[in-house]
Ligand binder design. Structure first.
Ligand SMILES: [Zn+2]
Length: 173
């Protein structure tokens, strides 16, 4: 098993839609970014990339590339999942926290979970999203932006097979 951690922040601006967890959330401001600025999906991608020891999201999807301009982060998530699969790694579960003073997000979380599950081939009981305020403290509390944290657990199937060596060790005793 391997664990990965991800963190991301985007600032609020006027005139952009607020996209979180792959869905649009009605709000008077949106997040600024080269892609759709889905801070939650970026943290999840970084957790997955981290678990695979493949660097970070910027190395795989550079924010200088026109290919990723205004791209849906669901596509980045899907491609990140493919990156892990290509290395024989199997994603087991994701836990995450969105830090936002406003808007209230709890009502949208089940839909976010469904969206994410659909992109990475996990069942919804393997994905958890929490939403927290900071009790008005800091940049999130001042509603200047949103932060997100995520962890991902991945399994290495090859390692399991190598476990055959365990039997021979037992045989020595
Ligand atoms: Zn980001």
């Amino acid at each position: 098993m391997r664990v990965g951690f991800g963190y991301d922040v985007h600032r609020f601006v006027q005139g952009r839609p607020l996209i979180l967890g792959g869905i649009e959330i009605p709000f008077e401001k949106g997040l600024l970014g080269h892609s759709d600025a889905d801070v939650l999906l970026h943290a999840i991608c970084d957790a997955m990339i981290g678990a695979a020891a493949l660097g970070d999201i910027g190395a795989h999807f550079p924010d200088t590339s026109p290919e990723f301009k205004d791209i849906s982060s669901l596509i980045l998530l899907h491609r990140t999942a493919a990156l892990l699969t290509g290395r024989g790694l199997r994603l087991r579960n994701i836990d995450s926290t969105i830090v936002a003073q406003r808007p209230r997000l709890s009502a949208y979380i089940p839909r976010m979970v469904e969206r994410i599950a659909g992109q990475i081939g996990l069942t919804s009981d393997c994905i958890n999203i929490k939403a927290k305020t900071t009790e008005t403290l800091g940049f999130a509390g001042r509603e200047e932006g949103i932060a997100a944290y995520a962890v991902a657990l991945v399994e290495e199937p090859q390692e399991k097979e190598e476990g055959g060596g365990k039997g021979s060790l037992e045989g020595l005793n």
